[in-house]
Design a protein around this ligand. Structure first.
Ligand code: 6SG
Length: 208
């Protein structure tokens, strides 16, 4: 058993991409689920570097910040490019995904009722950037010819966009086929079909 522990709320949220990567890489991990009441006591928060979850433990290494966790796993499992130039492009793409993720999180937690229509209307302007990168690279991955942490992160964020707006990929055939190929990877498929995955809501406030 790999020495990995994820401490987080009972949501997919900011751990979904890491969980998908761990599954695809054939890794096991332990989940420590933190309830709202436990979190509100404040004892755990005090021990978190930025006062937030997720916390990820790899043996005696404790990591916070979901994207740092993804990059650590990318380095450990060969999902961070073949060289420094590919790694730089992977960082760039992962940061692009983070921009869309932040916009999505803002919608979900701050302005779902008032902002949803405008968000969906603007979504193609974000999706087309990733569509373009995938079209140019031609390998089915964002960078180089093998899967990277940026692919896992994009896959996760797009799963959420499809729930929010089921038709959003219809005008983006390359993204659609990216999603199909990622979903069909046997270990990802098994994880997405698992009860552990299905029982988790996407977000902490029930909106999606
Ligand atoms: C929330 O924002 O779940 N962490 C969140 N919230 C609690 O006191 N940049 C970093 C990163 O990438 C962002 C971390 C992130 O890792 S994730 C956190 O720690 C805090 O700030 C989204 C999520 N939200 C659910 C939630 C948190 C507080 C209220 C709703 C769970 C449900 C109730 C309590 C805990 Fe809840």
């Amino acid at each position: 058993m790999a020495p990995y522990t994820i401490t987080y709320f009972a949501v997919r949220g900011r751990c979904n991409a890491a969980r998908i990567m761990l599954s695809d890489q054939g890794q096991e991990w332990k989940e420590v689920v933190v309830t709202f009441d436990e979190w509100m006591k404040g004892d755990l928060k005090k021990t978190c570097v930025f006062g937030q979850l997720p916390k990820f433990e790899d043996g005696n290494l404790a990591l916070f910040q979901s994207n740092a966790i993804l990059r650590h796993l990318g380095r450990q499992h060969g999902a961070y490019g073949k060289n420094n130039k590919e790694a730089a492009l992977i960082d760039m793409l992962a940061d692009g995904v983070e921009d869309l993720r932040l916009k999505y999180i803002k919608l979900i937690y701050q302005e779902y009722e008032t902002g949803k229509d405008a968000y969906i209307k603007d979504l193609p302007n974000h999706l087309c950037k990733f569509e373009c990168v995938l079209e140019k690279n031609k390998t089915g991955f964002l960078v180089g010819d093998s899967i990277s942490l940026a692919d896992y992160s994009l896959f996760d964020v797009l799963l959420n966009q499809k729930v929010l707006s089921p038709t959003c990929l219809d005008s983006h055939p390359t993204l659609k086929s990216f999603m199909e190929k990622m979903s069909a990877r046997p270990k990802i498929k098994a994880y997405l079909d698992s009860d552990a995955y299905k029982k988790l809501p996407i977000n902490g406030n029930g909106k999606q």
